[in-house]
Write a protein that binds this ligand. Sequence first.
Ligand code: C2O
Ligand code: CU
Ligand code: CU
Length: 463
Amino acid sequence: MKLFALVLVACVGCRGSGRAEDRELAEFRDAYPESASPTGVVRSFDLVAAPTTLPLVDGKQLEVWAYNGQVPGPTLRVKLGETIRVRFTNKLPQETTIHWHGVRLPNAMDGVPHITQKPVQPGETFTYEFTPKDAGTFWFHPHVRASEQVERGLYGVLVVEDPTPPPYSRELVWVVDDWLLKDGAIYPEFNTRHDLAMDGRWGNAITINGRTDTVVKVQPGERLRIRMLNSSNGRVYAPDFGELDARIIAVDGLYLRAPIDVRGFELAPGNRIDVDVTFDKSAETPFEVIDRFFAQRPNTLARFAVEGALVTTPSFPSPARATVPRWADALSAPIAHTFTLDVKSGGPFGISWTIDGMAFMGHEHAMPPAATLTRGQFVRLHFTNASPRIHPIHTHGMFFRLLARNGQPVDEPFFRDTVLIHAREEIDVGVVPTDAGTWMLHCHILEHAEAGMMTTIDVVEPR
Ligand code: C2O
Ligand code: CU
Ligand code: CU
């Protein structure tokens, strides 16, 4: 495991200067590896994106766009250290790319059209190959016209397994999505004035793995790991497991310092949580998982039917990450950049979502980076949401830790790649970028992103 030797050596000279950034970097140094450690094993997959018809939502046939003929697409599984090679073929009527959300990988494999690669035209093939640096729950989706392509069904989960996976009775992958349907079809207008002015496209059917009627049969005593992903364009979920003993062990792929209660976690578009849930031996009632993002309008996401013979509950401590820095005095570090999130009229949609006053006019019109960061150094970034809407802000190629909301310190015991910023809220985050390149930073409400709320940050080598 290669850590931040280079940067730490460079820091000997600045010892004693007492800079908060240096203390935060020292605290970070064992949090996660700087580089991948490839074992030499290559896992190859073929992915084809194409229109198809599938029994989805309530089981009626629905015309969708799918990876390998399924929605969600196939769950790709590799072990940490294995190299993933995906031969991708585009059979859509539009150009596309695949972005590997949350994965720390070489910039050229990030799937951002015109910035890291040419878009993959209909009929063309492109091979993605990289070795993930982190075990965890990640996902993949197009980065071209995402508000349409993701909504039509193009997304899938990438699981990078621990070298020794914890011995859960079973593992489930739950992709939570919502669909805007009209007359049994995907509502064919995208980026509507309403979606753009509000919090994106919120659907009228909420599904787990494409179905509204999810019932999971479990045996009393079972202990499950549920990998949950929110692939919705705009909807936020606050999953509530009710009476069940359920805890979050990972956020956005990475284990927490220690597990936390699921209740109250805002699963915004792009976010993942891994939930550790045990079914009590005496439990006989059916259980429901309910979304309570709007307390007055709960949505049932899934049900558990407990039945069958008692099984022995696997007994092991919930997996955790040894080092998640507290960065207790990070708020005394200078702000490297303030990103101002706002809205203005004009632009191709009549309304533009902006970062620092600028609307990103498509990946093909490169704009200067909003900020330039140095690889291997700690920075504090500030976000001011000047708008009355919510923005789940996502960074490519790096994890950050939330430091404060509206100036109040928060000690989230985990890293993230996506954080929900509420209306008119300000937040601070700390980040140590580990990979040089041009990385996107954008709102994961896909309509906001499409209408301009995207920018880039450049990560450069230390001088
Ligand atoms: Cu899932 Cu650019 O994001
Ligand atoms: Cu991403
Ligand atoms: Cu937004």
